[in-house]
Design a protein around this ligand. Structure first.
Ligand SMILES: Cc1cc2nc3c(=O)[nH]c(=O)nc-3n(C[C@H](O)[C@H](O)[C@H](O)COP(=O)(O)O)c2cc1C
Length: 354
């Protein structure tokens, strides 16, 4: 089994070169463009959008189309779609490719009822024939690589992913990600990476290991035990991009208060540009706790930020608490490229947030 000398070794998904062995997880309500760009800056070799509804794309839903904004500094980027209808998924995949994504990823793992009751997400783990047809339709609709992200199955103890994985590769999947929890499990218990090892032995495409990768030691252990091509980091990177650098290089990273405040302010400003003040204001509140935790700031400070009315007030308060952040922020804010929006004929307001 191949053990890497460095997690900064590149690898390939089809014809897309991925510069490092750490992938930033798709997370609904988290993986906005600012999160993905930050992930790339801290060393993630591949970043992914949150799951985007193929029905929303089909109906040209304004908010859904907003998810298809790609910035020049986030490549390689996967945009993840979900749905249960092969033709609509193929059409959505074409839009995703046209939007500038390097990879079309498909969600065959979401355990949330709103998604599974439509036949999508984790439901596809138990409907191999439909999962096959969707993968085949999507892979033949686009020229970029198509990948699939799975859970182990719906029920606890299920091994469905091991039957399904090889069939999806046959249908055209260029890589598979496995989060080896059942859909029933949601986020309880542990990800059982012995299934990841089995999946690796069954397919000849790269497998990405997702679930509970929060440290360098865990990443090394999972890579060595499974033969996976890369690890994916989700919750461990929420408000903590430093975890990505630590996992990559094996050196503990303890950001100063000033660095934390600067990174958070930058993230706030980028998100406001992306979502507009009103949406960003609500969206960002969970991030305050994530950034300021880890013993970085006293607890009441987070409570104070959450109660402020505007993001500008939050920025002012952060700068007052960590004045040295201003200088770091200045460096972060130079060279930020404008977002590109490649799809033509879309409503102008999707540029929302200025
Ligand atoms: C808030 C949240 C939202 C998520 N949204 C998605 C999603 O949109 N698509 C997806 O494939 N997985 C999603 N996931 C699952 C993650 O990508 C990942 O597989 C899972 O969290 C396990 O990895 P972790 O232990 O590193 O967090 C989500 C997870 C969380 C915590």
């Amino acid at each position: 089994m191949h053990v890497f000398s460095s997690l900064r070794e590149s690898w390939w998904i089809g014809e897309v070169e991925v510069p490092t062995r750490v992938v930033l997880a798709p997370m609904a309500g988290v993986s906005v463009q600012a999160f993905r760009r930050q992930g790339r800056r801290f060393g993630a070799g591949l970043v992914c959008s949150e799951m985007v509804s193929c029905a929303g794309i089909e109906h040209r839903n304004e908010r859904t189309l907003g998810y298809l904004r790609v910035s020049s500094d986030e490549h390689p980027l996967a945009i993840q779609i979900f749905g249960s209808e092969p033709r609509a998924m193929a059409e959505a995949a074409r839009m995703v490719e046209a939007a500038g994504a390097d990879i079309v990823d498909m969600n065959f793992g979401c355990p949330v009822r709103k998604v599974t009751k439509t036949g999508a997400g984790a439901n596809l783990l138990e409907d191999a024939s439909l999962a096959y047809r969707i993968t085949e339709a999507v892979a033949s609709a686009v020229s970029v690589p198509v990948t699939v992200k799975m859970r182990r199955g719906v029920e606890d103890g299920s091994r469905s992913c091991l039957d399904l994985g090889p069939r999806l590769v046959e249908a055209g999947a260029a890589a598979l990600t496995l989060h080896p929890r059942s859909a029933k499990q949601m986020y309880t218990g542990w990800a059982d990476h012995s299934l990841t090892a089995e999946l690796v032995s069954l397919v000849d495409v790269p497998v990405i290991a997702s679930g509970d990768i929060t440290s360098r030691a865990k990443a090394e252990a999972v890579l060595a035990a499974t033969g996976a091509a890369a690890v994916m980091v989700g919750r461990g990177a929420q408000g903590n991009p430093w975890a990505l650098a630590e996992i990559l290089d094996g050196e503990p990273v303890q950001p100063s208060r000033e660095e934390v405040a600067a990174e958070l302010i930058h993230f706030i400003r980028e998100t406001v540009r992306e979502l507009g003040e009103q949406r960003a204001n609500g969206f960002l509140k969970k991030f305050y706790g994530w950034y300021l935790g880890h013993g970085r700031f006293p607890k009441p400070f987070k409570q104070e930020l959450v109660q402020l009315r505007t993001t500008e007030e939050v920025v002012t308060r952060l700068l007052a608490a960590a004045p040295g952040a201003a200088e770091i922020l200045e460096r972060l804010e130079t060279d930020v490229p404008e977002s590109e929006f490649l799809l033509e004929g879309m409503p102008i307001s999707i540029y929302g947030g200025g």
